[in-house]
Write a protein that binds this ligand. Structure first.
Ligand code: TRP
Ligand code: SF4
Length: 403
C-alpha cells in the first residue's frame, strides 16, 4: 500500500502468556475481533517484550506463543483480515528501536510510570536491566514502524503510547526539516488536484485557527486517500498541517479498550498470577466444577440466610453474562434467600459453556502447522511494511546505502 500514514491502521501486541483465559477474551480479543472488520490490523505476539521480564526463564516462550496464536485463531481473529505475526521474526522492530534510542532522552524512559512500578512489583526479578528500561521504546518502535494511527490498549499502557507520541514528535522535529519546505509543499499540493487542494486548505485553516480536531482528522484522511502522490508529498502535506517539516513518523493515538474488567473466580481481576482463571480451552467438566466452587457472599452461610449480590463475585459474572431478567431474578432471590447459590450459578455455567463451545471446537482443528503457516504469511507482510518505514528512517538519519 502506497500511503505515508495510516490513520486507519491498528497495531496491537500481546505478550505470549500461553493459553488465553476469559479475561483476555473479554478484555482484549473481542475488541480486536470487532476492529479487524473496520481497520487494517497488525496483531503480534510480543515475545521480545516477554524477555524483558522473563529473560532468566525463556523456556516457556515458544509453546506460549503457539498456544496463544491457536486461541487467537479459535476465537475468530482472522488471518484473512488481520496481519498476525511474531515480533522477533520481524527484526526491523529492533533496528528501529536502536535508531530511536539514539535520540530518546534517558529521562523520558526513567519517568514512564510502569518502569518503577513493575520493578517494585516484580521484586523477585532483577529488572535493573537495559532491556527493561528500554521496553517502552521498543513498544514505540513496534507502533511507529507500521505508522499505525490507533493502538488499542488497556489503561496501564496509555503512558507507553504517550511516550511514542513524544518520540515521534522529536523524530519529526529532528529529521523532518527540509530545505525550501514551502516551495516543495506547493509542488506537492499541485499534484493533488484543485478541488482537493481547496478542501485541504480549508481543513488546515480550521485546524490552525480554531483548533478544530475534526478538521485535522479530515485533512489527514484526505491526504491518505490520495492515489497519485508520493510518500514524500504526503509527509510534507501532513507536516504542514501542524506547521514545521515532514511527518515521517505519525503520532499514534491510544484506543482505550472499553474496560470489561473480567472478575476471576475469587472476585479479583482474572489473572494467571492470582490463579483464578478459566481458560478458553478449559475442560467443560472442570469449568463447571470451578464455577460451582466459587465463593459467594459470606453472609449466606445457610440457604435461608439472605445475601447481597453486591458482596458476591458471582454477581459480577452475572453483570457480564446475564440479561435483565436473570439479573432481577438474582437480586430478588439472593436478598430474600429464595434461591440457593448453586441455582444462582447455573445460568453462568451455561452461558460460559455456550460461549466457549464453538471456540473449543475450532481450537481442536487448529494444528501447529496451521499456526506456522499463518505466522509465516503475516510475518512476510509485516516485514514488507516495516522495511518501507525503515528505508525512510535510515535515510533521514544519514544512513544512505553506499552500494
Ligand atoms: N506492552 C504490551 C503489554 O505488555 C504489549 C505490547 C508490545 C504492545 N508492543 C505493543 C501493545 C505495541 C500495543 C502496541 O501488554
Ligand atoms: Fe452470590 Fe448468587 Fe449466592 Fe447471592 S445467590 S450470594 S449473588 S451466588
Amino acid at each position: 500500500m502506497q500511503v505515508a500514514t495510516h490513520h486507519q491502521r491498528i497495531l496491537s501486541g500481546m505478550r505470549p502468556t500461553g493459553a488465553l483465559h476469559l479475561g483476555h477474551y473479554h478484555g482484549v480479543i473481542k475488541n480486536w475481533i470487532r476492529l479487524q472488520d473496520t481497520y487494517q490490523c497488525f496483531l503480534f505476539v510480543a515475545d521480545w517484550h516477554a524477555l524483558t521480564t522473563h529473560y532468566a526463564n525463556p523456556g516457556i516462550i515458544h509453546t506460549s506463543t503457539i498456544e496463544m496464536v491457536i486461541d487467537w485463531l479459535a476465537t475468530g481473529i482472522d488471518p484473512e483480515k488481520a496481519t498476525i505475526f511474531v515480533q522477533s521474526q520481524v527484526p526491523e522492530h529492533a533496528e528501529l528501536h536502536l535508531l530511536l534510542s539514539m535520540m530518546t532522552p534517558l529521562g523520558w524512559l526513567e519517568r514512564v510510570p510502569t518502569y518503577k512500578d513493575q520493578q517494585e512489583k516484580l521484586k523477585e526479578k532483577d529488572l535493573a536491566t537495559y532491556g527493561f528500561l528500554g521496553y517502552p521504546l521498543l513498544q514505540s518502535a513496534d507502533i511507529l514502524i507500521y505508522k499505525a494511527g490507533l493502538v488499542p490498549v488497556g489503561e496501564d499502557q496509555v503512558a507507553h503510547v504517550e511516550l511514542t507520541r513524544e518520540v515521534a514528535k522529536r523524530f519529526n522535529h529532528l529529521y523532518g526539516k527540509e530545505d525550501k519546505f514551502e516551495e516543495k509543499l506547493a509542488i506537492s499540493m499541485r499534484k493533488m488536484g484543485k478541488k482537493q487542494v481547496k478542501h485541504y486548505r480549508n481543513y488546515k485553516r480550521a485546524y490552525q485557527e480554531k483548533g478544530d480536531q475534526e478538521a485535522l482528522l479530515a485533512a489527514k484522511t484526505l491526504i491518505d486517500s490520495q492515489q497519485n502522490i508520493s510518500i514524500e508529498d504526503k509527509e510534507r502535506l501532513l507536516g504542514a498541517l501542524e506547521g514545521g517539516g515532514k511527518v515521517i513518523l505519525p503520532e499514534p493515538q491510544a484506543l482505550l479498550t472499553p474496560a470489561a474488567k473480567m472478575p476471576g473466580l475469587d472476585g479479583q481481576k482474572m489473572s494467571k498470577s492470582y490463579h483464578n482463571t478459566i481458560s478458553l480451552r478449559e475442560d467443560p467438566q472442570q469449568l463447571s466444577d470451578k464455577l460451582r466452587k466459587m465463593p459467594t457472599d459470606p453472609a449466606r452461610v445457610r440457604l435461608h440466610d439472605p445475601g447481597n449480590p453486591k458482596n458476591c463475585p458471582v454477581w459480577q459474572l452475572h453483570t457480564i453474562y446475564s440479561d435483565e431478567e436473570t439479573k432481577n431474578w438474582v437480586q430478588a432471590g439472593c436478598q430474600s434467600a429464595k434461591i440457593g447459590c448453586l441455582d444462582c450459578k447455573t445460568p453462568i455455567i451455561d452461558a460460559v459453556l455456550t460461549e466457549l463451545a464453538p471456540i473449543q471446537e475450532r481450537a481442536k482443528a487448529i494444528t501447529e502447522q496451521k499456526v506456522q503457516e499463518t505466522l509465516q504469511k503475516g510475518t512476510q507482510m509485516a516485514r514488507e511494511e516495516a522495511e518501507k518505514t525503515l528505508q525512510e528512517v535510515r535515510q533521514v538519519m544519514g544512513l544512505t546505502p553506499l552500494f
